[in-house]
Design a protein around this ligand. Structure first.
Ligand SMILES: *[C@@H]1O[C@H](CO)[C@@H](O)[C@H](O)[C@H]1NC(C)=O
Ligand SMILES: *[C@@H]1O[C@H](CO)[C@@H](O)[C@H](O)[C@H]1NC(C)=O
Ligand SMILES: *[C@@H]1O[C@H](CO)[C@@H](O)[C@H](O)[C@H]1NC(C)=O
Ligand SMILES: *[C@@H]1O[C@H](CO)[C@@H](O)[C@H](O)[C@H]1NC(C)=O
Length: 361
């Protein structure tokens, strides 16, 4: 450790001379033991930060929120977090023009089984969220997240960024239904982000957007969860501009889902789901629900769903499930074509479909 520190100080001096110029000299620093000061200093002084197999102490966030423009962070080996009941996040990332990646065979191991009690966010142990990122003009790529205690990746106020080749593997949480509310991607107030080529095994939404603009969710594989969701939207929130394209949703409670809150206001507009394959969906192949949170099952029109295109969606629902269910009010301008969702034998009456939409429930 002494040698490491000596080297660290040397590099620090070398870079400080260049700090006034835009082009920071490439300096690579490796963090192989958790030390908050080293992690902080590395963000000031190093253009490449390799975080190698560290164990983060309990109740502590791995804080990467002072990344400088141009920094590359590389996770390597197995990172783990000591157990404690707290809200997290286990990692926090903030930066502009940064690249976050993982080396081959690295794992960010949340060791979720230590928290999983079947209750998720509804009680029991307090569970830390995994990764929270606020980035601009950046790339988060090639991360392998395993066994998130609860929500895995939370993106908020991200702009013009790409999140790709992320694996979120919470399969172990299927055992005894212990993993719960393990949402893969929760999106809030982002603009122009692309999430693509990701693989998710979890027990809640593969993606859920509550607020935001220009979201692209492309070529992702979702297994075991609750489907690709918009919502629940209410409280004045707007979701505008979503393209979900080329995704597969398998062994999940729902496939395509939009839910808006009963008695609230907001809007959901300019939404396209296309080229989606569903397989073994348990409850609803496609569901648009405008009564979320109401016990009476009455939809309200304060969060209208408008300019909604569904195109080329096919696949199967379990016998006991419903192929398509729509219960909305005040919706307009829907364009549905090439929908072939079959297998579900349970029928539910649809309500609020805009006139002229070619859909049969
Ligand atoms: C959206 O973000 C991408 C980078 O991911 C960028 O190339 C593109 O120009 C952005 N689009 C707009 C309209 O700003
Ligand atoms: C429909 O979607 C599937 C799955 O993404 C794709 O393979 C197929 O080419 C699409 N069909 C058309 C006509 O675009
Ligand atoms: C229907 O939506 C519009 C906005 O598009 C809104 O002004 C109106 O209040 C909504 N109607 C109801 C009954 O909620
Ligand atoms: C709809 O899907 C079923 C099975 O998934 C298939 O047998 C049938 O040919 C499809 N229909 C059309 C019109 O593509």
């Amino acid at each position: 450790m002494g040698h490491f520190l000596g080297l660290f100080v040397l590099l620090l001096t070398a870079v400080a001379c260049h700090s006034a110029s835009q082009n920071v000299t490439a300096v690579s620093c490796t963090i192989s033991k958790y030390n908050a000061d080293h992690i902080k200093n590395a963000q000031n002084e190093c253009s490449d930060i390799i975080i190698d197999g560290i164990i983060v102490p309990y109740g502590v966030t791995l804080d990467l929120t002072s990344l400088k423009s141009g920094t590359k962070v590389i996770f390597q080996g197995t990172l783990a977090w000591e157990y404690s009941e707290w809200g997290g996040p286990l990692i926090k990332i903030k930066g502009t023009n940064v690249e976050i990646t993982g080396a081959d065979n690295h794992v960010l191991d949340g060791r979720g089984a230590l928290w999983w009690d079947g209750l998720g966010g509804n009680g029991g142990k307090v569970k830390p969220k995994f990764l929270r990122a606020t980035v601009t003009n950046s790339v988060i790529r090639n991360l392998h997240i395993k066994n998130a205690p609860i929500n895995a990746v939370l993106l908020s106020r991200c702009v013009d960024s790409v999140i790709e080749y992320i694996t979120i593997d919470d399969k172990d949480g299927d055992k005894d239904k212990a993993g719960h509310n393990t949402d893969a991607f929760n999106l809030n107030s982002n603009n122009n982000i692309t999430i693509q080529h990701c693989t998710v095994y979890n027990q809640d939404d593969c993606m859920a957007i509550n607020f935001g603009q220009n979201t692209y969710f492309l070529n992702n594989y979702c297994s075991g969860g609750h489907g690709i969701s918009i919502g629940s939207v209410g409280g004045g929130s707007e979701v505008k501009g979503v393209l979900v394209d080329g995704c597969q949703i398998v062994d999940s409670d729902n496939g395509v889902r939009i839910k808006t809150k009963y008695g609230q206001t907001g809007s959901v507009s300019d939404i396209t789901y296309q080229n989606i394959v569903l397989k073994n969906i348990h409850n609803y192949g496609i569901i648009m629900q405008g009564d979320y949170g109401s016990k009476e099952g009455v939809p309200t029109g304060g969060v209208p769903i408008s300019h909604l295109t569904l195109k080329n969606i096919s696949g199967t629902v379990d016998k006991t499930g419903v192929n398509i269910y729509i219960l909305v009010a005040n919706a307009s301008d829907w364009h549905w074509s090439d929908i072939n969702v079959t297998g579900g034998e349970k029928k539910m009456e649809c309500q609020g479909i805009p006139a002229g939409t070619r859909v049969s429930c």
